[in-house]
Design a protein around this ligand. Structure first.
Ligand code: GLC
Length: 736
């Protein structure tokens, strides 16, 4: 063999070797690191990585944490936060035999110290960039305080406003929820959650938690697989596709198997079908609760069920720590089960960068919190989240003729309420109240009187008279009513949706004054507004607006900015209509006025008070020129839809163009309308914009009786609209 041939072969071999090294996918390098560390660990150390312990509410670690850390038996904590506290405990962990760092977690749901509007409010912006920015700011502040992992985004679809946790998600619609799930994961994690200012995210609560029977938190759920796959799963899948680092189990029993023991969910679906490679954490003591579910006769069996289901880390309860050694000896779990769980956790720890930089940046977190930029972002987000439900006679924005305003309702002056539930490390003293925001904006030109009147916790109504007195002297009344911050969120289910306390009495008394009333609703869910929509000319849902509540409300009331939010949930008239959601199926006897034998209540309204997707602005808009790229699209192809939106009013404002489809027939019943696209646009008076959408297999298909996703040939309606009712209608066919 000539020299040249030998050289060629040698050269080729080196090329192949180089290729092999370079092509070693990052994941294989990662797997080598994980395996190498795993091989050094004792069984006790492995079990230690599966344990997450809670710190004190104020952020302090507990004394026992330090000893556990030094033994390498504390994989993670929740609530421990603050550079000093985190680094002290991390130091103890790095003194352990293998120096595996602790992953510090915290519920950074809608802000760390700068509190953004609650997630349902951000969803009401119908602008994913709002949610992404909110999550990004939250991550930057949390990371500065030593937090490396947040238990967010919550992506549970919620169709029952009795369920308090509706406030934590993106509402009732699968498509909207999926878009916002991905946006929040991007915001928290960026492209690499080890990067400065980023944290690992957690898609929760898998799965079906929002379907708790009766809207009672933690209650049983029984959901067909087809509905799980068509309605509840997609936002979780969107989070996986966005690269979410972790998942959290849901408390509920799902079709007879509690989620925390549900192998079908966490092994078959999450890892088997979706290819998830992060780790799963139980919800708070949820593994121990398997005994209360009566699916496990004792802690020993509960630990086995959870580990074999694919739940890697145990939050707070200690069944893994207390039983896995014995389970291994008895052969009821295998070393393979244990190693898989530990590997999943180590993989995320490596990706989070805590092996390379285990300590929080030693600089005190203070300067990174509540920055002007963060507060400005929170203010913009709040403004975009407000939903103007009604504005008769264009009462809003406040006219220049107003000289005296009466602000009533204790929520107008309630700093804590403005932050809502899950308010992270938010401090009440940081909040600008609605009252202060109005006063600051009114300046000395307009007199602003405040009278508490009543509030969500007031059962006496003793201050109503003073509020009526203030109202009588004013040109206009701004009534801030709604729920207290803990009347929604976890363990806050309600059997009624009425205004709590004596707020209805307050409103009735003020209505007697015949003064114009602007009703600002602070709530985490739609409320039963009873007679007020028919008496009060202006109603705006402001949700729980966060730290910058006051300036944001003032921006909109005084017309510096137009509101443009849309409802992410159907607004029922009363709790008797629940569940009521826009993407309902036709039924064989769809409701029709006057026809007794159709699906309806004969003793009350059947339509919602305000439909999903509804929201007004200070301008008017028209839709025109709906056009489709084709009238017939093949099952595997896409068609484009274009519609022109024009600002036909007198001031700059936003509109959300929404695209819905409706299959005329299908092999399994489908909703009459399904949201499949939306765009929030800002237009000046007279300005128009052509908005484009694409409808392809992902939008047109569904999971059918065979549990397979498919696009079915058939006739479809398509609507371009500004709410889930009405709009410009078109039609197309899907052909083979
Ligand atoms: C709670 C919630 C969960 C939260 C966790 C840690 O019970 O269900 O959403 O992230 O415990 O606080």
């Amino acid at each position: 063999m000539g020299v040249s041939m030998k050289r060629f072969i040698a050269f080729s071999a080196s090329l192949l070797a180089l290729a092999a090294v370079c092509s070693a996918s990052p994941s294989s390098d990662m797997e080598k690191k994980v395996s190498a560390l795993l091989s050094k660990m004792t069984v006790e150390e492995k079990i230690g990585q599966l344990f997450q312990s809670d710190g004190e509410a104020n952020g302090n670690a507990r004394p026992e944490h330090f000893e556990l850390a030094r033994k390498g038996l504390l994989g993670s904590t929740l609530n421990v936060r603050g550079v000093k506290r985190v680094n002290e405990l991390q130091k103890a962990a790095l003194e352990s035999r293998l120096a595996i760092p602790i992953l510090f977690a915290f519920d950074v749901i809608h802000g760390y110290r700068t509190i953004f509007p609650v997630p349902l409010a951000e969803a009401a912006s119908w602008d994913p960039a709002v949610a992404e920015e909110g999550a990004s700011v939250a991550a930057s502040e949390a990371r500065a305080a030593g937090v490396r992992w947040t238990f967010a985004p919550m992506v549970d679809i919620a169709r029952d406003p009795r369920w308090g946790r509706m406030v934590e998600g993106s509402g009732e619609d699968t498509y909207l929820g999926s878009v916002f799930a991905a946006a929040r994961v991007r915001g928290f994690q960026g492209a690499d959650y080890s990067a400065p200012g980023k944290v690992a995210a957690c898609a929760k609560h898998f799965a079906g938690y929002g379907a708790a029977e009766g809207g009672r938190d933690y209650n049983t759920t029984d959901i067909s697989e087809q509905r799980l796959r068509n309605v509840y799963f997609p936002p979780f899948k969107a989070a996986v596709d966005a690269g979410v680092a972790t998942f959290m189990t849901a408390f509920n029993d799902l079709n007879g198997v509690p989620c925390t023991a549900n192998r079908w969910l966490f092994t078959d679906i999450l890892r088997g079908e979706w290819g998830f490679t992060g780790f799963v954490v139980s919800d708070y003591t949820a593994i121990e609760e398997l005994v209360k579910h009566r699916i496990a006769k004792d802690n020993y069996q509960a630990a086995a069920l959870a580990l074999k289901a694919g739940v890697d880390m145990e939050m707070v309860s200690k069944l893994y720590s207390g039983n896995i050694q014995q389970l291994l000896k008895d052969g009821n779990v295998s070393m393979k089960d244990l190693n898989a769980a530990v590997a999943n956790i180590l993989r995320v720890k490596f990706k989070s960068g805590i092996f390379d930089s285990p300590y929080a940046d030693p600089a005190p977190e203070g300067p990174a919190l509540l920055t002007a930029a963060n507060l400005a972002a929170a203010r913009r987000s709040a403004v975009k989240s407000f939903v103007l439900l009604k504005n008769e006679g264009d009462l809003l924005p406040l006219s220049g003729k107003v000289e005296r305003i009466a602000v009533i309702g204790s929520l107008a002056n309630d700093r804590t309420a403005a932050m809502g539930s899950w308010n992270g490390d938010g401090q009440a003293e940081d909040v600008v109240t609605i009252l202060d925001g109005i006063k600051a904006r009114a300046g000395d030109k307009i007199r602003v009187d405040y009278a508490k009147g009543s509030g969500p916790d007031d059962q006496e109504g003793e201050d109503i008279r003073a509020a009526v007195k203030a109202a009588k002297k004013a040109d206009i009344v701004i009534a801030v009513v709604g729920e207290g911050p803990l009347m929604s969120g976890e363990a806050a289910s309600r059997s009624s949706l009425s205004l709590p306390g004596k707020q209805s009495d307050l409103l009735a008394a003020v209505a007697e004054t015949e003064k114009p009333v602007i009703m600002l609703l602070m709530s985490g869910r739609p409320l039963d507004l009873s007679w007020t929509p028919y008496r009060f000319p202006a109603i705006m849902e402001i949700w729980f607006p966060g730290t910058m509540a006051g300036p944001a409300v003032a921006d909109v009331l005084f017309g510096d900015v137009s509101p443009g939010g849309k409802l992410p949930v159907t607004w029922v008239n009363n709790v008797g209509q629940v569940p009521l959601y826009y993407n309902a199926k036709s039924t064989g006897r769809p409701y029709s006025q006057g026809n007794k034998y159709t699906s309806h209540y004969f003793d009350g309204p059947n339509a919602p008070l305000y439909p999903f997707g509804h929201g007004l602005s200070y301008s008017t808009f028209s839709l025109s020129d709906l056009s489709l790229s084709t009238g017939a699209v093949r099952q595997r192809d896409s068609l484009s839809v274009s519609v022109r939106v024009t600002n036909t009013g007198a001031r700059e404002a936003d509109e959300v163009v929404q695209l819905y489809i409706g299959a005329r027939s299908s092999s399994v019943t489908r909703p009459v309308r399904e949201l499949k696209g939306f765009r929030r646009v800002t237009l000046k008076p007279g300005q128009g914009e052509d908005v484009q959408f694409s409808l392809g297999p992902a939008e047109l298909g569904l999971v059918r009786s065979d549990m397979k996703f498919a696009v079915e040939p058939g006739e479809f309606a398509v609507w371009a609209a500004t709410s889930s009712v009405g709009g410009l209608e078109g039609a197309f066919s899907v052909i083979r």
